[in-house]
Design a protein around this ligand. Structure first.
Ligand SMILES: [Zn+2]
Length: 236
């Protein structure tokens, strides 16, 4: 029996204030966390678990959709405190999660001359000593499936929960003011791949998307929404 709990974590820096949405997959008594939030966010995760009646001692696995600081930021802190928790990501993402290759986001930010604070934030991410690989279409447990959805980054993954017709989309899609949108252009490293990934998820029977940025989006016509998003692409 699979169930989902969407966590809502507040990120606040200066004037900026918004929420991010990691997701907990409940599989009988075991818990799987998809993405961890920013560096130093472990206490936020712990509080969110508590608010939702989830016990962190039941957390077995963290799945990272990709290595961006807001997704893997707290993972090292988490496994330091809870060493029984395993971590998985796609094969392409492994060298970045282990810090063996320079963060693609850092590379991009430096190239574009991004804000110093943003660069500092990326640099503050602690890397893991070990991580396990998942592959496209791999079943994590009971109809919980890995879907490789590159574009935002190579090896970015989403998680499809068949029984709930739900896609945990990482940064493949964002939900903004009740509207589902394509990932923000400036953070997409390969736009063609991004469109291909959206075409790929058209084949899935989805009625709900949980976006890391923006949270849940529900529709009985999600397929139509996706088709419109694909047709529009980045040609706005
Ligand atoms: Zn990202």
């Amino acid at each position: 029996m699979i169930d989902l709990v969407t966590l809502q974590l507040l990120f606040e820096i200066g004037e900026m204030k918004f929420y991010i949405y990691p997701v907990v997959i409940k599989y009988n008594n075991d818990l799987i966390l998809v993405d961890t939030g920013y560096p130093m966010f472990l206490s936020e995760i712990e509080k969110a678990f508590e608010r939702n009646g989830l016990e962190i001692k039941n957390l077995q696995l963290v799945i990272l959709t990709h290595h961006d600081h807001d997704h893997m930021g707290a993972v090292k802190e988490l496994v330091k405190k809870y060493p029984y928790v395993k971590v998985k990501c796609s094969k392409e993402q492994i060298p970045y999660v282990l810090g063996k290759k320079k963060s693609l986001r850092l590379e991009q930010a430096e190239k574009l001359g991004a804000d110093v604070g943003f660069i500092q934030m990326i640099k503050s991410v602690e890397h893991l000593d070990s991580v396990l690989a998942v592959t496209d279409n791999e079943i994590i447990c009971d109809g919980v499936k890995v879907i490789e959805t590159a574009g935002h980054m190579p090896g970015h993954i989403s998680i499809f929960i068949e029984s709930m017709k739900t896609l945990i989309s990482g940064d493949l899609l964002v939900s903004e003011d009740g509207v589902l949108r394509i990932a923000e252009e400036q953070f997409v490293l390969d736009k063609e791949e991004e469109i291909n990934s959206l075409k790929k998820i058209l084949n899935l029977n989805i009625e709900r998307v949980i976006c890391f940025h923006g949270g849940e989006y529900k529709s009985n016509n999600l397929n139509e929404d996706l088709k419109k998003i694909i047709a529009k692409g980045y040609n706005e």
